[in-house]
Design a protein around this ligand. Structure first.
Ligand SMILES: [Zn+2]
Length: 80
């Protein structure tokens, strides 16, 4: 399966091969490690943190993950 590169929109760049990425394994297997943090992020954005306490009690890695995912979401939503 070929997926259009989100970096260059199919024009070709250093992140892809001639404007697309080749997917040769199950896409669910590729994102399996993201399921738990994405579920935690969803609850966190609703006000339920994964670890008791406020923002400063959460791991820096988790807070960075949430910020990165929100940035990616914004890029996708603004992609026309
Ligand atoms: Zn590309």
């Amino acid at each position: 399966m070929e997926i259009q590169c989100s970096e260059c929109k199919g024009m070709g760049c250093e992140a892809c091969e001639y404007g697309s990425w080749s997917v040769s394994e199950c896409p669910q297997a590729m994102v399996r490690d993201l399921v738990a943090p994405l579920k935690a992020m969803e609850l966190f954005l609703q006000g339920i943190p994964p670890i008791t306490g406020g923002l400063l009690d959460q791991s820096a890695e988790f807070v960075d993950f949430v910020n990165s995912m929100q940035h990616e979401d914004a890029l996708v939503l603004n992609d026309d």
